[in-house]
Design a binder for this molecule. Structure first.
Ligand code: SF4
Ligand code: SF4
Length: 291
């Protein structure tokens, strides 16, 4: 069955409505907005109110006595400095556990790049009237692993933590901080414009294959506990799930349980037959047989 072909036909005719209740989409947007507001508002609070309860952004974020360190930047720094820095290791623990349990959910539910792209999606839909964006430029999924390896090797060869300086999720927080504290922005911020441009070609093009942090979290989350399940008896084969997956996956295939799925829930929201659902590994509870 040629799902891509089916999807294109359907998209032109019946797939123009919003799908099921879009519950996960709503929750996700709320969480993405909240996470973005933290790094947007906090520099003003630090600078103008001199309140430092929250400090930093999503590369290194301090909330009171809790300290979170982005695992890739943490590992990169450890590899280059060749020394174990205990606070950094402890800071990486919660993000690593989250990825082991839920997969790459930082990317889909918290990352400021995803927030930016979700808003971009909405503006694009409003202006073009097109709900779905076809994948204009597709690269092999495994490029994600090469990106991760290349980034780590290059950092070690150059002896500089590249991703600490150039990480797009980190760049957003750092640019806001620089603007508030130094009234300027860094030229690396241009990377974000490139990501927006690529988004016009293929949805989440950068996240799919070129984000080293995404690659690292996908690798850690390969054996995650939270999975997308599929109840074939409910499925009508409409192909909507394939169209909406921002990672370009086929949620009815084994793709949904692999490292590339970031558990965003878009395929669940858009399956009107409840053929797709979240479940914990080893449990199929929660599925609804409709036939
Ligand atoms: S899983 Fe749902 S959205 Fe996907 S083809 Fe089947 S009925 Fe359609
Ligand atoms: S398979 Fe579903 S949950 Fe996974 S990335 Fe695609 S749309 Fe999101």
């Amino acid at each position: 069955m040629n799902l891509k072909g089916r999807g294109k036909n359907i998209a032109g005719t019946t797939l123009t409505h919003a799908g099921r209740k879009a519950t996960y989409g709503r929750y996700r947007l709320i969480l993405l907005t909240g996470a973005f507001l933290i790094i947007l508002v906090n520099p003003f609070v630090n600078y103008y109110l001199h309140q430092n309860f929250i400090q930093g952004w999503y590369q290194s974020l301090g909330i009171g006595k809790l300290w979170f360190v982005s695992p890739l930047e943490g590992i990169e720094s450890l590899l280059i400095s060749k020394s174990l820095y205990m606070p950094s290791l402890v800071g990486m623990l919660i993000p690593l556990l989250l990825a082991m349990l839920l997969g790459r959910v930082f990317c889909s539910w918290l990352c400021p790049v995803t927030f930016m792209l979700e808003i971009f999606d909405r503006i694009r839909k409003f202006l073009s009237g097109r709900r779905y964006l076809f994948n204009g430029l597709v690269v092999a999924k495994r490029v994600l692993w090469f990106t991760l390896i290349a980034e780590l090797v290059l950092s070690m060869v150059l002896g500089a933590p590249l991703f600490v300086f150039l990480s797009p999720p980190g760049l957003i927080g750092r640019e806001i901080m620089m603007l508030v504290f130094f009234k300027t922005v860094a030229f690396e911020g241009g990377i974000l414009l490139l990501i927006l441009f690529l988004e016009l070609l293929t949805r989440r093009f950068f996240c799919r294959s070129f984000c080293p942090l995404g690659g690292f979290l996908a690798f850690v989350g390969q054996k995650r506990k939270l999975l997308v399940g599929y109840e074939e008896d409910n499925c009508t084969g409409c192909g909507r799930c394939d169209l909406v997956c921002p990672m370009g996956l086929a949620p009815r295939s084994a793709d949904r349980e692999g490292g590339y799925c970031w558990n965003c829930g878009e395929c669940l929201d858009n399956c009107q037959e409840e053929a797709l659902f979240f479940h914990w590994k080893g449990q199929q509870a929660g599925k609804v047989i409709r036939k």
